[in-house]
Design a protein around this ligand. Structure first.
Ligand code: KIV
Length: 276
């Protein structure tokens, strides 16, 4: 059923790209999370999450791989379809998987599939200067884009592990320049993973578009966590930036609500979750 106009009049209308932009300008923190199925999508939506990502982290947390590299466009579409059926209010973003955006036409075709078949509202790609042209191409076709900088898990084998990025001042400056170029090319959101607090702050203050962090310190415009990490059911080693919100809550819904509250009131991340 077509409900867009009806929903606009609700007290909590669906989040769109303008809502997220306004939240940045009003200093209202954006609470984001990953989800991979309809039941959890409905739960995180009820908890007040603003943005849901169907992340290629599904390769690790759902499929049990060591990295995100085996994930395919079909996998992302399958999970996006399920998640989109569970959401009413949250803005839905999905990852472009490894090697699905190496050429302009390929990037456009795959982004269109994620939107048309998966029902997502924005695509996320891991990128730096080499992806500026791709972002420009997608933006020219009115595809909303989130550019993922800092630790790029699809590059794990090139990086030699999941490592903090931008610790050296020149590397933080390079990341800032890339972030600005991606914004100028049309990126609507920048996501920073595993960077020191100072780099998170520097880039957030320099950009017009919202900056969402995961292990990027408290000074970004919003936080994102992998749902299963937040629920304390991480497979293997828990990253430093993760907080188990279920430890003090008696249900997954209460845990996600507690995460939303702590993002909104600045209680999360605490210094122990940050990199210097
Ligand atoms: O794939 C994913 O879940 C992500 C988050 C870590 C931001 O990219």
């Amino acid at each position: 059923m077509y409900t867009q106009l009806e929903q606009r009049g609700m007290t909590q209308p669906p989040i769109n790209i303008s809502t997220l932009q306004n939240m940045k300008h009003k200093n209202q923190p954006i609470a984001c999370i990953t989800a991979y199925d309809a039941s959890y999508a409905a739960l995180v939506d009820e908890a007040g999450i603003d943005l849901v990502l169907v992340g290629d982290s599904l390769g690790m947390v759902i499929q049990g791989h060591d990295t995100t590299i085996p994930v395919t466009v079909d996998d992302i579409i399958y999970h996006s379809k399920a998640v989109s059926r569970g959401l009413h209010r949250a803005f839905l973003v999905a990852d472009m998987p490894f090697m699905s955006y190496t050429k302009l036409s390929m990037a456009l075709d795959n982004a269109v599939r994620l939107m048309q078949e998966g029902g997502v509202m924005m695509v996320k790609l891991e990128g730096g200067d080499d992806q500026v042209e791709i972002v420009e191409h997608l933006a020219r076709h009115d595809i909303p884009v989130c550019a993922h900088l800092g630790l790029k898990p699809q590059s794990v084998h090139k990086l030699g592990g999941f490592k903090v990025q931008g610790r050296e001042p020149d590397k933080a400056q390079e990341m800032l320049v890339s972030a600005k170029r991606l914004q100028d090319a049309g990126a609507d959101i920048v996501l920073l993973e595993c960077v020191p607090n100072e780099a998170g702050k520097l880039i957030t203050e320099a950009l017009e578009v919202p900056v969402i962090g995961i292990g990027a310190g408290p000074d970004v415009d919003g936080q994102i966590l992998v749902l299963y990490d937040l629920l304390g059911i991480t497979l293997g080693r828990t990253p430093k930036f993760v907080k188990n919100f279920q430890a003090d809550c008696n249900s997954p819904l209460a845990a996600v609500q507690s995460y939303v509250n702590e993002v909104k009131d600045g209680g999360y991340p605490e210094p122990e979750h940050c990199f210097s």
